[in-house]
Design a protein around this ligand. Structure first.
Ligand SMILES: Cc1ncc(COP(=O)(O)O)c(C=O)c1O
Length: 392
């Protein structure tokens, strides 16, 4: 990778997100000893000395332009399929409400960011077989990046995962286990296989590197906004890697003095058929106490009854002065159809749930129309069955 003033990575250690216990980053680690996610800790003082904003801004625009903020060594060759910077598309005429369209990434979703990073690190540590439980898109990204790295990928996915995504996973050569249940059951089966065969567990937050890849969403936004940030961010939250990762990016940029004190209000969006984050946030809990049940939503990305990163998601909501919301499937899908027909933007249901939430928040006065807003469209609308064809 291109480097300014350093010939080594800026990683100091891996840190348990609950106890702060540190782990050596020269070895591969999954969860911490207490079963919590590990976070990558950087020497931000050294990073500040080695790098400035102009240097980063002058690099070719992709996720690797941020390599000093990532867990790789300067000589690490990334497993890359072309992770371009994603555009901000105006949703309103004033250009204040912007869709960050992650559907432009390889495999058509933001999952490419996390998997590009995690599979780069898996290869760095000499791993060759991995397992991932998924609502679909993470499995497709794991399959594609795994194929690029020459790895065997085992995907555990619910039987009602959209057919196009299941085909995509198979198309990229991964082995599929269809599970008659939700992502938590897929996770159980994946972990059992990992324990039995010694594979690498790529479940959300079960290893520290997917989060670092997703962090580039936050880094990229800061650059796109000229080293400031929008007032509010709407993000569809399942396992929460992107939500937590973006906030980590903002804190790191702040520590370097590259952005100011004011950070965005983070809004976590789910649907009423699976909203454990909203339930826990509104009850003032520190973590999600019980798995949401019964889950009844057609929006695959938010069908996570008890995310492992619940504590971290709730922390971001509180620190950012944000809130957690849920809309009905009907309002998510009708927004999607309306925006496709009237504005030409192809949203996934997760993204359109965020747009629906934004309009509900405006109506309820939770946010003001004068605020600058970024809404994440986490995947291409083409990855989800489209409405029936109308002839004539
Ligand atoms: C399109 C889409 N949006 C959002 C999510 C939720 O992402 P996260 O697990 O980072 O919260 C997913 C996860 O499967 C997804 O596929």
């Amino acid at each position: 990778m291109k480097n300014s003033k350093s010939n080594k990575s800026f990683v100091r250690a891996l840190k348990c997100s609950v106890t702060g216990q540190t782990f050596d980053h020269d070895r591969y680690h999954g969860l911490s000893q207490c079963g919590a996610p590990l976070l990558v800790d950087y020497d931000l003082g050294a990073l500040r000395q080695a790098l400035d904003r102009d240097e980063v801004a002058s690099r070719p625009p992709d996720i690797w332009m941020w390599w000093e903020f990532l867990p790789m060594e300067p000589e690490t060759i990334p497993v890359s399929l072309g992770e371009a910077v994603t555009p901000l598309i105006p949703l309103d005429t004033a250009g204040q409400v912007l869709i960050k369209d992650e559907g432009r990434l390889p495999t058509g979703s933001f999952k490419a960011r996390g998997m590009a990073m995690a599979i780069t690190m898996a290869r760095h540590f000499g791993k060759s077989v991995l397992a991932v439980p998924t609502a679909g898109n993470a499995g497709a990204a794991a399959a594609a990046y795994g194929a690029s790295a020459g790895m065997d990928v085992h995907v555990f996915t619910p039987i009602d995962t959209p057919d196009v995504t299941v085909r995509e996973i198979s198309f990229h050569g991964a082995k599929i286990t269809h599970v008659d249940g939700l992502i938590d059951l897929c996770g159980k089966q994946a972990r059992a296989a990992v324990a039995k065969f010694g594979w690498l567990d790529m479940s959300t937050l079960a290893e520290p590197y997917r989060l670092e890849g997703k962090k580039t969403m936050g880094l990229e936004l800061a650059l796109q906004f000229g080293w400031s940030l929008p007032d509010v961010i709407y993000y569809p939250t399942g396992g929460g890697t992107g939500f937590i990762g973006m906030w980590k990016a903002f804190r790191e940029l702040q520590a370097l003095g590259w952005i100011g004190k004011k950070l965005p209000r983070m809004v976590s969006v789910q649907t009423t058929g699976c909203n454990p984050i909203q339930v826990a946030f509104e009850a003032g809990h520190e973590d999600i106490q019980t798995a949401f049940s019964p889950v009844d939503t057609v929006v695959p990305g938010v069908r996570v009854p008890k995310p492992l990163g619940g504590r971290l998601i709730l922390q971001v909501l509180r620190e950012s002065g944000g809130h957690a919301c849920a809309v009905t499937d009907h309002s998510a899908l009708s927004r999607r159809d309306e925006i496709a027909a009237n504005q030409g933007i192809s949203l996934c249901p997760e993204g359109s749930a965020c747009v629906a939430t934004y309009y509900e928040d405006i109506t309820a006065g939770r946010i003001s129309p004068s605020q600058t807003v970024v809404i994440f469209n986490t995947a291409s609308g083409l990855k989800w069955p489209m409405p029936d064809v109308k002839i004539g």
